[in-house]
Design a protein around this ligand. Structure first.
Ligand SMILES: *[C@@H]1O[C@H](CO)[C@@H](O)[C@H](O)[C@H]1NC(C)=O
Length: 525
């Protein structure tokens, strides 16, 4: 993770740094986390179809000021609006992309920290993410071998020049080195109330495949056909080994952050041309022969690079035919106060216009990644939750089919991370106590999307209007496979707002919402 150091990223990062300094979270902030112990841990109350029959509306609210945390209420449509200046109008006759889902990454660091909890608390934590009493994640990302959120560098085949990968083994994934990451994945798949779409991403190949015999410092692959072929084979070996453990994947990204990282941890640097040729000549044909149902995502990097990467790869039909989607990270353009300058969501709309048959998916995001100024966890920081909400909402309204958080859990210092690249996470674990974890506002903001916008939902038409004083509230609407309409509305303002949602044929949902809040509404069309 973390941005690449190109000129354009420096530019947007400079703006971001100014933004971070000006942001209230950079200095003083309040702790809005909730604490989970054996005795108490909040759960999300379910809803039933009867509650939305006729004019019924089920809503869930999370707000900073009155301790609502995915708090359920039942109300009804009304015949007239409440006179609020903020208006949202739903048009279910307009339809857009189909949703894949929402989730987080099952990293070594997550497995290690979750293992530090007593078994009862491990179950409680995972239920928060995957069960009906939690936020019902439907996506999981799995690193292929080590990344910075590992205890060190390892690969699945350390035998130099083993081109046929005869010594390939995922044994490390069941060992203490990874916190038994494989066991965590199996537990998650067993527990999840919804099917989980897993996707895998490599950070680096075995060091012997690189030009520098090292996976740090942004290496490139050795420029030899045997190496390209061997690296492509490595992907097939990974999926075969996991299949033998009963684990099937939905998708793969060709490379995590191929444009490079700071150089301090594992990576494999590729130019867009190199990624194009690798997928065209090696990875595409290889996976077609062994894993033909697997979706292949290109890019898996910052939105700032979208135009160059998509045009280089997707304008080549022999490469494009293997590509199903485009993975996106948020780091170079993380916040609303930079988006006016770099317009990341316009870039996504452009990609959809040019390549409507390729999906876009948020594949990684986290807070607390800016060295010195804003690094590591901030227990209970509301602003970081709102950033998640803003980014998810904006991605969805710019054609993304889903959004993937980074580590599902970390310790209170934002690790373990062997390269000291610590960050924040929606759940932080007191690994010393072993029976306490904390849910950050990010957890709840994510839950307002993940729990309700089920896989297979379709985004529908929605218009949100404000007035001269207040900008329109951010909102997105969906039709679920079960035939409900789900609308998510965010108020990032420092003031509360009166607003209404108009649905033709049903009337108005009238709402008076507090400052810094997010709501999800469910009703019948
Ligand atoms: C690559 O690095 C490994 C581990 O440091 C070392 O054992 C090996 O000799 C190196 N190979 C080459 C070709 O330099």
């Amino acid at each position: 993770m973390a941005p690449v150091f190109t000129a354009s990223v420096y530019k947007s990062r400079a703006i971001l740094l100014v933004g971070a300094l000006l942001s209230p979270s950079a200095s003083a902030y309040s702790d809005f986390s909730t604490k989970c112990t054996k005795e108490s841990c909040d759960v999300v109350e379910g809803w039933i179809k009867d509650e939305i029959s006729g004019s019924g509306v089920v809503s869930y609210t999370t707000s900073q000021d009155n301790a609502d945390r995915l708090t359920k209420r039942v109300s009804s449509f009304e015949d007239s609006d409440n006179g609020g200046w903020q208006k949202i109008k739903i048009d279910a006759s307009k339809t857009y992309q189909k949703i894949q889902g929402f989730g987080g990454a099952l990293t070594d660091a997550a497995a290690i920290t979750i293992n530090a909890l007593e078994p009862e608390m491990q179950t409680k934590l995972l239920e928060n993410y995957y069960s009906a009493s939690g936020i019902e994640y439907t996506v999981g990302r799995v690193p292929i071998a080590s990344c910075d959120f590992s205890t060190g560098v390892y690969s699945y085949d350390e035998t130099a020049e083993d081109f046929e990968l005869e010594d390939f083994s995922i044994a490390v994934d069941s060992s203490d080195t990874t916190g038994n990451k494989l066991g965590l994945i199996k537990t998650v798949l067993n527990m999840a109330v919804n099917p989980i779409s897993l996707f895998a991403s490599p950070w680096a190949p075995p060091a012997w495949m690189t030009q520098t015999n090292s996976t740090v410092g942004n290496p490139s692959l050795r420029d030899e056909p045997e190496i390209y072929q061997s690296w492509a084979l490595y992907f097939s070996k990974f999926f075969e080994a996991y299949r033998n453990e009963g684990i099937d994947f939905w998708a793969v990204t060709i490379q995590n952050e191929p444009a490079g990282n700071t150089g301090a941890w594992q990576d494999l640097k590729m130019t867009p041309e190199q990624q194009r040729d690798f997928v065209k000549d090696y990875l595409g044909p290889q996976l077609e022969s062994t894993d033909s149902d697997l979706k292949i995502m290109m890019h898996d990097d910052q939105r700032v690079h979208l135009p160059t990467w998509t045009s280089t790869i997707l304008d080549d039909p022999d490469a494009a035919k293997y590509i199903d989607g485009v993975g996106l990270h948020w780091y170079s353009e993380v916040e609303d106060y930079v988006t006016w300058a770099t317009k990341p969501f316009d870039k996504m709309n452009d990609v959809n216009d040019k390549y409507p048959d390729k999906f876009m998916m948020g594949t990684e995001a986290c807070n607390g990644f800016i060295p010195i100024i804003d690094q590591g966890p901030k227990l209970g920081d509301w602003n970081r939750g709102e950033r998640y909400g803003f980014d998810i909402m904006s991605d969805l309204n710019a054609w993304a089919v889903g959004w993937t958080d980074w580590n599902i859990a970390l310790d209170l210092s934002g690790g373990p991370n062997w390269a000291k690249n610590v960050v924040d996470a929606p759940i932080l674990i007191d690994t010393e106590a072993g029976d306490v974890f904390y849910k950050n506002p990010m957890f709840y903001y994510l839950g307002h999307f993940s729990k309700f916008i089920k896989p297979g939902s379709v985004r529908i038409g929605l218009e949100s209007t404000g007035n001269l004083i207040s900008a329109p509230m951010e909102a997105a609407g969906f039709l679920t496979p079960d035939g409900e309409i789900v609308v998510v509305v965010m108020n990032r303002d420092i003031a509360g707002h009166k607003y209404n949602i108009e649905v033709t044929g049903k009337g108005f949902i009238n709402v008076d919402v507090p400052k810094h809040s997010i709501q999800t509404f469910i009703f019948a069309p």
